[in-house]
Each structure stands twice: as C-alpha cells, then as structure tokens.
Design a protein around this ligand. Structure first.
Ligand code: DAH
Length: 359
C-alpha cells in the first residue's frame, strides 16, 4: 500500500492549523500544489510504483490533492472574513440614525441668528473673535472690575472645574484678552471693533425664560472719541436689521461693575406685543442688551490708558434674541434636541406678534 499520500495529507493538515494570515495560505499552496510542490513530487514517484498498485496510488494522490485544494479555499474564505471584521472593528463607530441626503436637517435657530448678527456687525467693520468656554476667575471677574466677594458675583454662580478653572458666565470674560490682542493696533490709530459670540453657563433655576446654558454676543468698540451716541447708533442699526422692522426699545440705567455709566436696553416683547406674557414675566419688555461705557479699570487691566481711550461694550442676549426673532415662547426648546420644534426655522422666517409660532 502506497502510504505517502496519507502522510502528506497529515503533514498538510498540521501546517494548515498553524496558519493565521491569508499570505501564509498562499505559501502553503505553493509548497503543496505548486509545480515543484509536494503533490507534484508524489506524482513523479508514481512512475516507480508497480503497475498493479498504480491505479490505487494514483487515486490516493488525487484525493490528497483534492483535499488540499478544498482546504486551502476554505481557509482563505475564513481568514478573509476575519480580516474584514478586524478592519470594521478598527473603524470609528458610526451613527446609524444619522440623517441621509434626503433628510439633512436644519440649522439651529441660534446659529441662524448668530450668523445674521455677525453679518450685520461685519458690515459695520467689526471683527468676529473666538473665545474659549473655559476661562478663569481673573478673566471672568477680576479683570472686569469684579473683585473677590463683590456681590455682583452672586448672580453669576457657575460650574467650577477641578483645575480651578470655570465655565464662563458671560461673554464679557473675553474682554481682557481681546483688548490686549488689539492694544498695539489701537495705539497705531486703529479703533478696536470686535464682537465675540459664545455659549455661557450659570447656575440658574430653569423656567420659560431662564436656562443654565445660553448664548450671548459681546461687542466692544474702543477709540479716542467714543460716546454713548455711538453705542445707541450701533444698537439701533443692528436691531432694526435683525427684526427687519421698527422695534420699540427703551433704555434704563443698569449697574454692571465693568461699565460706567451702564444701561439696560430692553425691547418690547414681540410674543405678546407688549401686553405681558410668561416669556416677559408679564412686563411687556424683555431685557435684551445690557451695555455701557467701558469702565477705566477694565481698560487699565488690559494695559490701555483710560486717559487716552474710551469705549463702549454690550452683551447681547442671543438666546433671548432668537426667542424674539422666531417667536419661541419657551427657552427650554433650544437645548431640548426636539427636532420637530427646532427644524421649523428658516433663514427667512421671522415673527410678528400676532403670528408667533408654537414651540
Ligand atoms: N456680562 C453681562 C451679563 O452677562 C452683560 C453685560 C452688561 C455685558 C453690560 C456688557 C455690558 O458688555 O456693557 O450679565
């Protein structure tokens, strides 16, 4: 009996068991099935086998050859699947619920308002500045003339990080950085005109008009001869552009340690048309834009001489502006992730009091 085909089969099986990559399977195929491979060598040996055993030996060699071919094909299939799976596992996970091309979603109403206001200020020569949501005590308070233990801090409790840093409570936290950034340009005769939108955080009791996470847009202008008239002009121009109609505003004195004098600019509530509703706490007015002339201590903290330069600053409540602009009655909608409510706003839509949208 010609034993070699069975021995070769056993050897092949042992080697195949140790193979873990498709490239190694190919090596094995050449070793066993190649022109100079083990199976071909067995075929050569057939010549020396007595005639009466040739048929049986030939069959045995063919069976081994068939076995090797099938086993190699199977192994290749198995390894390819494993390798594909490895590639899939290495890829970043993907979100099956992402909208497809037919359902691409819409911009958040605050993004729409932010872009609109940015464009208006860009056309008035303001630059748009970026600023971190994480800041520190100095930038958020000290540099703004709010020393430790000042009662103004009570209204601006926020989230403190283990590093001692904090989430900014107002966009004013960027004033010092931006004043410093443009200080030398100012000294070369270029007024500072900057807006800096951003997300702010406060420990707030949430209701229809208060959120712990909201958006503001701060603006500053600093030059040699700036007056309150400049401030009022910029505010009026911006608001009439945003609402695309005449809106009623009122100015009240307001106290903020970083401006002197300080004001509250209120706009008439467009949801109730001034009659009073929960969004405006039944007053008919919404505080929209506190503002004032930058306090000399704030300029000094940024290395700018308050004897030479003067400026105004404002902190526009952008979330509130978006409520007014689109007639959203409840501030909580903005952070709700409720796509039905949030996707109804388009670049063109704006609300008159009588046709305010349900949110
Ligand atoms: N940062 C103030 C706040 O969030 C708002 C503010 C008031 C900003 C007066 C200003 C300003 O720039 O002049 O309460």
């Amino acid at each position: 009996m010609f034993e070699k085909p069975a021995e070769l089969k056993k050897l092949f099986e042992e080697k195949l068991a140790g193979v873990t990559a498709t490239a190694d399977v190919e090596q094995l195929r050449i070793e066993f099935l190649g022109k100079k491979g083990s199976v071909a060598a067995l075929m050569q040996e057939l010549r020396n086998i007595p005639n009466e055993q040739k048929k049986e030996a030939g069959q045995a060699i063919n069976e081994t050859k068939q076995f090797v071919e099938n086993a190699i094909a199977e192994k290749l299939e198995e390894l390819k699947k494993l390798e594909e799976q490895k590639l899939i596992d290495a890829c970043e996970s993907y979100d099956e619920s992402m909208p497809t091309d037919n359902d691409i979603g819409s911009y958040h109403p605050i993004t729409l308002v932010r872009r609109e206001v940015e464009n208006i200020f860009l056309s008035m020569g303001f630059s748009i500045e970026d600023y971190s949501e994480i800041t520190d005590d100095y930038n958020c308070f000290e540099a703004l003339n709010i020393p430790k233990h000042h009662p103004a801090r009570d209204m601006q409790d926020t989230y403190y990080l283990s590093t001692g840093q904090l989430l900014k409570t107002h966009t004013s936290a960027a004033q010092n950085t931006i004043l410093r950034k443009y200080k030398s340009s100012l000294e070369n005769g270029n007024p500072i005109r900057a807006i800096f939108p951003g997300r702010c955080f406060r420990n707030e009791k949430i209701d229809a008009c208060h959120e712990n996470t909201f958006f503001q847009m701060e603006g500053m202008m600093v030059d040699k001869d700036i007056s309150i008239s400049n401030l009022i002009y910029f505010m009026k121009t911006m608001l009439s552009e945003v609402f695309q109609r005449d809106i009623t505003v009122r100015l009240r004195p307001g106290f903020f340690p970083f401006v002197e004098p300080g004001f509250e600019l209120d706009i008439q509530c467009s949801i109730c048309g001034g009659k009073g509703c929960p969004s405006c706490k039944d007053s008919g007015w919404l505080e929209l834009c506190p503002c004032g002339m930058i306090h000399p201590n704030v300029l000094t903290a940024a290395g700018i001489d308050p004897e030479k330069y003067i400026g105004f600053a404002f902190g526009l409540g952008m979330t509130r502006l978006a409520m007014m602009r689109y007639g959203v009655k409840d501030i909580r909608v903005f952070n709700s992730g409720n796509l039905k409510a949030l996707s109804q706003f388009t670049e063109k839509s704006f609300t008159k009091p009588e046709e305010s949208k349900e949110a």
